[in-house]
Write a protein that binds this ligand. Structure first.
Ligand code: F6R
Length: 247
């Protein structure tokens, strides 16, 4: 299922509203709301709207537990391009989520610690009750999280090597291709597919080609976003640009 909006701003506000509804519905039942979150340019206005709903509309995040999809490896949280820093700047510093309910893959681990960390990340998602909603962007390689082409359908949280195209796309953020980490820790395709509900967002014409492949192409590990075709409750939220090539 696909929903196409006039522009990314309207679409982002709608996604924020639906996240807020889910949080409030869970609150009314005295339950936690477990959210899978993404970084990058795509969700920025969703977070901005959630912050507005917190400040102006009383939306509380006290019952929210978050798991971010991915983080570069290695990277320090204080670095400009760190996803820990991103999440605090765009969302966490402006809402009332308890800090011990925030989970982001750790880019500061020693390499030999990564495997155990990834196993524990999977377990923590499970023991929190599983992801109620996972928010996704999509890379030009068709990656979701940093599950690059070749990622298996049941892959779990793990250390991966970034695709060359992804490194190129991150080059400006890192002031040069040579500064982009070659690796990242990402939730797996299987981790994402276990979410009760998935919303993938994409904005602009630059994403039109990959959106067409993701929605209309055959399911294949060469375009990991195609796995979402098999999920019972995954939606693509698009603007005019990103939906331009759909038949
Ligand atoms: C980020 C992530 C990536 C991005 C994708 C699109 O946490 O998991 O899959 O969603 O690379 O990036 P933007 O939104 O910057 O175009």
């Amino acid at each position: 299922p696909t929903r196409i909006f006039d522009n990314a701003d309207k679409a982002s506000c709608q996604v924020a509203l639906e996240i807020a509804e889910l949080i409030r519905e869970k609150q009314s039942k005295g339950e936690n709301c477990v959210l899978g979150l993404a970084t990058g340019s795509t969700p920025v206005n969703v977070y901005k709207e959630l912050v507005r709903l917190h400040k102006e509309d009383g939306l509380s995040f006290k019952n929210v537990i978050t798991f971010n999809l991915d983080e570069y490896f290695p990277i320090e949280p204080k670095e400009l391009q760190s996803y820990v820093r991103f999440m605090h700047e765009y969302l966490f510093d402006h809402i009332d989520i308890p800090s011990d309910q925030i989970n982001i893959p750790d880019g500061t681990l020693a390499k030999e610690e990564v495997y155990d960390f990834c196993q524990a990340y999977e377990e923590k998602i499970e023991t929190s009750g599983g992801l109620d909603l996972q928010i996704l962007g999509i890379g030009r390689t068709g990656h979701i999280g940093f599950n690059e082409p070749g990622s298996g359908e049941v892959s779990e949280t793990r250390l991966i090597t970034l695709d060359h195209m992804t490194v190129m796309d991150a080059a400006s953020d890192f002031f040069g291709e040579e500064n982009v980490p070659t690796k990242a820790i990402t939730m797996g395709v299987g981790t994402i597919m276990k979410a009760d509900r998935i919303i993938l967002m994409a904005w602009g014409e630059g994403k039109a080609g990959i959106i067409k492949k993701a929605l209309e192409g055959p399911v294949s590990d060469q375009i990991p976003a195609t796995y979402l075709q098999k999920h019972p409750n995954a939606e693509f939220i698009l603007d005019e640009g990103s939906s331009a090539e759909l038949t």
